[in-house]
Write a protein that binds this ligand. Structure first.
Ligand code: ZN
Length: 301
């Protein structure tokens, strides 16, 4: 009797699982790439997201659970440009999965597919700058997301050839909806053009560049270096002489410095989701941009 129940149970379990058995294991370093892989891979992929929106993407711990996921991955999608330099190389090395090493079809470094902003002409890591290969926060320009999406579709087709037609159709559908959304966002954000913005970290540079807004200064004296009280006092003086329209931070940034600066200068502060999951509204890539633009519009003077 027990044996029959067990067998029946096992059969039911296998039936319940079979429709969702995924062909391709995707390891996404960051929430934006997990969301993109889900859009493009649908039910042919099983996506593992290695970090969340409230974690600083520069500083993720290479935990054993991440190593195990990397070991079983068919495709790893990360930003590159040294954004994950503190954790990705050790993950790749420890996992020892030859399919997802840089240069293999199973590894995508998204930043290599787009034009990067702020590429330094002189490498000066000694100053603590954590953007030695240019600004790596590329996903906040949706044109970059479109380009990277095409590469993800291509790689899925290469790795999982029997499902090529599925990826092709899904990719076309995503690109068409994304183009429409970009047109809508650009129209909606037109009143933000020319607005002067103070950002905590250089994490919104691509967003501001896309929308024609100007990043006038950063709370961090250099990317990755926390502000001293002297630096903050200097920012107040500069903003009193030449006011900005908005102060922003990403949800993962400590709010103290930007809150202090906003109180001292009277310039409105807006916290942006930065990536999928950063706010309850930013549930996927589309709503990430919806919510980001809505928050900027609401906060602007
Ligand atoms: Zn950064």
């Amino acid at each position: 009797m027990n044996r029959w129940i067990m067998l029946a149970g096992a059969a039911a379990l296998s039936l319940a699982c079979s429709p969702v058995l995924a062909a391709i294991n995707v390891f996404a370093c960051l929430p934006e790439w997990a969301a993109l892989a889900t859009e493009l891979g649908g039910d042919k992929v099983s996506v593992y997201q290695a970090s969340n929106a409230l974690q600083d993407p520069h500083r993720i711990e290479a935990r054993p659970s991440l190593v195990a996921r990397m070991r079983s991955a068919d495709l790893a999608i990360c930003t590159g440009a040294e954004l994950e330099v503190g954790w990705l190389p050790v993950l790749l090395q420890t996992a020892g999965n030859s399919k997802v090493q840089p240069g293999k079809p199973g590894f995508i470094a998204a930043a290599e597919l787009v034009d990067r902003l702020e590429v330094p002409t002189r490498l000066d890591r000694a100053d603590g700058d954590i953007h030695p290969q240019g600004n790596p926060h590329i996903h906040l320009d949706p044109h970059n997301v479109a380009k990277i999406g095409m590469a993800v579709t291509q790689r899925l087709e290469q790795i999982d050839a029997p499902n090529t037609a599925y990826y092709e159709a899904r990719g076309k559908d995503f690109q068409s909806r994304w183009q429409q959304a970009m047109t809508r966002w650009e129209k909606q954000a037109a009143p933000l053009r020319g607005k002067k913005v103070v950002c905590h970290h250089k994490s919104a540079t691509y967003l501001l560049h896309w929308l024609g807004m100007t990043e006038v200064m950063n709370v961090e004296p250099k990317p990755g270096i926390p502000p001293s009280s002297g630096h903050l006092t200097e920012l107040v003086a500069r903003l009193k002489a030449e006011p900005a329209d908005l102060i922003t931070r990403s949800m993962y940034n400590d709010p103290k410095a930007t809150e202090w600066l906003s109180e001292r200068t009277g310039i409105p502060l807006v916290a942006l989701p930065y990536t999928v999951g950063g706010t309850p509204e930013a549930k996927d890539l589309f709503s990430l941009f919806d919510d980001t633009i809505a928050r900027l519009e609401k906060a602007k003077k």
